[in-house]
Design a protein around this ligand. Structure first.
Ligand code: SAH
Length: 263
């Protein structure tokens, strides 16, 4: 079924390496998205304390549960990850070969769940977006979010020939390690950054001018709390923590305003 992105990794040594990159130990609770027939799941179950594996296709779940019956540390969930995600908690690592058509949504949710370590095979193009630095044409909101909270790198290229059936795109394995000192980002701040990215080639000054009204702020108020240098920079060229800091300052202004309004 093409729309489910069912391309199975048939290079077992690569599956072993995915587990190695995850540095899985007994205390780990590992999430796997798109368990397929359970080839990667069983390898994870050998090392982890617990594995939460999600698979949408009922037939594959049946096949996987037969393969995984000897493990008592696997929780196999039949469902669409985007629908069941709110029920999934407590994992500290992610290792999977997920379906590519949900990459962006999946990535946003995974990042905001803040696991310590994420190892994924992704479409090469998407993996390059995640690892591209600010200022690069490929740098998008997802790159910002990933790089704000994680150290991201491509650790292996995966040719399409290692999947069955063979997909039309090449893949890459990405490793994301959480940056410890970074605090959990706020919802409103992220929403603002996402809006800024819809005009990412413009100077921050101009994108903020267009959103100031939506925030019920005058641009003058915003201008006062940000440096001239930052305002003159183009959104996609700003370092992630700097851009987040800017969003914090602007959101703080809306809060102060709200407070005054309620007086
Ligand atoms: N991990 C396996 C399979 C990868 S293929 C392997 O490496 O061999 C991707 C898998 O994700 C398929 O089994 C597909 O059925 C499943 N899938 C597709 N959409 C999904 C979704 N929304 N939620 C959960 N699983 C999904």
């Amino acid at each position: 079924m093409k729309k489910l992105g069912q391309h199975f990794l048939v290079d077992y040594l690569l599956l072993d390496r995915l587990v190695e990159y995850g540095q899985i130990i007994e205390k780990d609770v590992v999430l796997e998205v798109g368990a397929g027939t359970g080839e990667l799941t069983s390898r994870l179950a050998e090392k982890a304390g617990r594995v939460i594996a999600v698979e949408i296709d009922e037939k594959l779940v049946e096949e996987a549960s037969r393969k995984l019956s000897k493990y008592n540390n696997v929780e196999l969930i039949n469902g669409d990850i985007l629908k069941v995600k709110h029920k999934i908690r407590g994992f500290n690592k992610v290792v999977s070969n997920p379906p590519y058509q949900i990459s962006t949504k999946l990535m946003h949710w995974l990042i905001l769940s803040l696991p310590e370590r994420i190892v994924l095979t992704l479409q090469k193009d998407f993996a390059q977006k995640i690892t591209s630095p600010p200022g690069s044409k490929k740098y998008v909101y997802t790159s910002f979010l990933a790089n704000l909270l994680y150290k991201c790198k491509i650790i292996e290229d995966v040719p399409r020939t290692l999947f069955k059936p063979m997909p039309r795109v090449d893949s890459a394995v990405i490793l994301m390690e959480r940056i410890e000192e970074q605090v959990t980002p706020g919802e409103e701040e992220l929403k603002l950054v996402k809006i800024l990215f819809t005009q990412k080639m413009k100077k921050l000054r101009n994108t903020l001018k267009t959103v100031s009204e939506r925030l019920q702020l005058s641009f003058k108020e915003i201008e006062e709390v940000l440096s001239e240098e930052l305002l003159n920079e183009r959104v996609y060229r700003i370092q992630p923590h700097k851009l987040y800091e800017c969003a914090e300052k602007v959101i703080r202004l809306t809060k102060v305003r709200g407070y005054v309004d309620t007086l």
